[in-house]
Design a protein around this ligand. Structure first.
Ligand SMILES: NC(=O)c1ccc[n+]([C@@H]2O[C@H](COP(=O)([O-])OP(=O)(O)OC[C@H]3O[C@@H](n4cnc5c(N)ncnc54)[C@H](OP(=O)(O)O)[C@@H]3O)[C@@H](O)[C@H]2O)c1
Length: 355
């Protein structure tokens, strides 16, 4: 099996280089990024990387699977070419997520959409994936009336250059004796919580907030899903943390938090339920120790009398792995069964898998 990774030198691309040998140990890899270079990983492995523009040539390598971890503009440029070259493609950018012809897939929620006919799949945003894993079993059972979600997102969600600048500046900042952060930039990430960048639309919502809202509606197949989101970035390297208030449909009035925990433990793939309302074991950093799972906890009833069917919960996940690379590999396992059971999507494997 021949696999190519576009954006192999980036944060998500590097995670794929850890997962692919586990999922498909015999895969032959072709790596692409902005220019010809050698990629040296922390574990000592070294890979030749070619400029993605090499894919334009008549002698471009062909293969079975392409995993694309580029920004929106470069995905738009290279995905059509990869399809032309015969690859099945999983794209991690925003470019194809709302295209009605392209399935938007969370492995463990709607990966049944990925059959042998499908050639291109979009990977959802890194906050959408864990939220869908936590909510889908509850929604299947009771329906949903509304949800509000507040996110606290890690800096690595903005890519390698932003993360490296943040880490370098954090080291300097905390070495200074400035307890309240007077010397820090109030508009920057270090020591800070800021609204998610990228501007707002006419409704006042940021792109990140809209992504969570519209992607969830598409994945759940509920076009008028009443979901509202507020997203911010916090001074954390990796691990997105989300607080959700979820109003379920009729029949959920008598549900106890323990019953929700039990339902999720039994029916939610790739979710680790942390029982109890205190949130023991639940943190952004806990996610980097359980990189391929969504952590779900702090499940409790909303105390407002008008909110009889509303539950509060916290969902957290590693944005580079469960929120990006791992979901992509699990989607691809529908076509190409994975050797590692943790990376195999849960749905029935496609009968007419890749040809
Ligand atoms: N980070 C996350 O948490 C996360 C989660 C879910 C989805 N995503 C999405 O995944 C994609 C990749 O994100 P990332 O965080 O891995 O980004 P990143 O760390 O900034 O990496 C970007 C990659 O794109 C390559 N690239 C830049 N310009 C290029 C060009 N002209 N031609 C070909 N390749 C080029 C870079 O190669 P060079 O090293 O050669 O510059 C690098 O490999 C984005 O669409 C992002 O929205 C990210």
């Amino acid at each position: 099996m021949r696999i190519c990774i576009l954006g192999a030198t980036g944060l998500v691309g590097r995670e794929l280089l850890d997962l692919i040998p586990r999922a498909w140990p015999d895969a032959e890899l072709q790596l692409f990024a902005s220019r010809d270079q050698e990629l040296a990983l922390a574990d000592g492995r070294r890979f030749p990387v070619r400029a993605a523009s090499a894919l334009d040539g008549a002698d471009a390598p062909r293969g079975e699977l392409a995993l694309v971890a580029l920004d929106d503009a470069h995905s738009a440029r290279y995905v059509p070419r990869l399809l032309e070259l015969g690859y099945r493609v999983i794209d991690k950018s925003n470019t194809y997520r709302l295209d009605p012809a392209v399935p938007l897939v969370v492995a463990g929620v709607n990966d049944g959409l990925v059959d042998g006919e499908v050639r291109l799949v979009a990977n959802p945003n890194c906050t959408t994936i864990p939220l869908m894993l936590a909510l889908a079993p509850l929604i299947r059972r009771f329906g949903i009336e509304a949800a509000s979600v507040a996110t606290y997102q890690a800096i690595s969600g903005a890519g390698q250059a932003t993360l490296d600048a943040f880490l370098a500046a954090s080291g300097r900042a905390y070495a200074d004796a400035d307890r309240i952060g007077l010397g820090l930039d109030p508009a920057a990430y270090v020591g800070n919580t800021v609204p998610h960048s990228g501007g707002t639309d006419e409704g006042g919502f940021s792109k990140e907030e809209r992504k969570l809202m519209v992607e969830s509606a598409k994945i759940l197949g509920i076009p008028d899903l009443a979901l509202s989101a507020q997203c911010c970035r916090v001074a954390v390297a990796v691990g997105h943390y989300e607080q959700a208030w979820v109003t379920l449909g009729p029949g959920s009035e008598e549900l106890s938090p323990a019953a929700i925990e039990a339902l999720l433990a039994a029916e939610a793939p790739f979710v680790r339920v942390l029982p109890g309302s205190a949130g023991d074991g639940l943190s952004a950093l806990a996610c980097v120790h359980a990189r391929d799972l969504a952590l779900v906890g702090r499940i409790r009833r909303d105390p407002r009398p008008s909110e009889r069917r509303t539950f509060c919960m916290t969902v957290a996940a590693d944005n580079l792995r469960l929120g990006a690379a791992t979901n992509a590999v699990r989607i691809a396992s529908r076509w190409f069964p994975a050797a590692d059971a943790e990376l195999q999507g849960p749905g029935a494997r496609s009968q007419d898998a890749a040809t």
